[in-house]
Design a protein around this ligand. Sequence first.
Ligand SMILES: Nc1ncnc2c1ncn2[C@@H]1O[C@H](COP(=O)(O)OP(=O)(O)OP(=O)(O)O)[C@@H](O)[C@H]1O
Ligand SMILES: [Mg+2]
Length: 223
Amino acid sequence: MSLNQQPAIAVRDLCFNWPDGTSVLSSCSLEVPKGEFWMLLGTNGSGKSTLLRLLAGLLAPKSGQIEIQPPVGFVFQNPDHQLVMPTVGADVAFGLVEEKLPPVSIRQRVDEALDLVNLLPLRGRPIYALSGGQKQRIAIAGAIARRCEVLLLDEPTALLDPDSQLDLVRQVRQLVTRQQICALWVTHRLDELDYCDGGFLLERGRVVAQGEPNRLKQRLTST
Ligand SMILES: Nc1ncnc2c1ncn2[C@@H]1O[C@H](COP(=O)(O)OP(=O)(O)OP(=O)(O)O)[C@@H](O)[C@H]1O
Ligand SMILES: [Mg+2]
């Protein structure tokens, strides 16, 4: 990252409590550079999904700052919670409704995005006839079609078999590099760390380790 380039995601001293007062994030700070693929790890309940939802603006922080480059795309663990239209092409186009583009530009954006996730031949296919990994790639294509600068992915491989899992992580690796976007990917699977530029380890709502994927991996396997 060049010295004067703004990070794509910057979080400073972020705090978040549930309405009953339980603290989830306390003084959480992190930065993800533009054009890089970072992962977020941590035990169950450490606050990973809550942090992602705060970054996406789906929750409001109690205090602290969030700076994130719009537009932001979110990919859920279960793609069936995300894909809403009957066919692949219609689903990717659905995210563009607000932009009020002429039909020819919509078609162009959809085709470009599907091509980038290697699913252009499936444009007319019904969503129900896709595999789990293909559905996740359609969700990602939706974000790419909207020209998202940041992709937030919450355990996108949790429901996938090992082959589709590695296909998906490789696909995102390639997209981040080619499109110079930024991705923050939550995972419990240490083998995925081989594909990222860096990682954060979250414990009880704050970052306790960060940086080089191999070092994080060593730390996580030695404890
Ligand atoms: N809607 C909610 N209301 C109250 N507490 C919640 C709510 N959602 C999550 N929590 C609690 O907040 C804490 C952090 O949850 P979060 O889902 O962010 O963890 P996580 O790191 O994503 O865990 P996992 O690895 O299991 O997905 C947990 O203790 C969880 O039980
Ligand atoms: Mg979670």
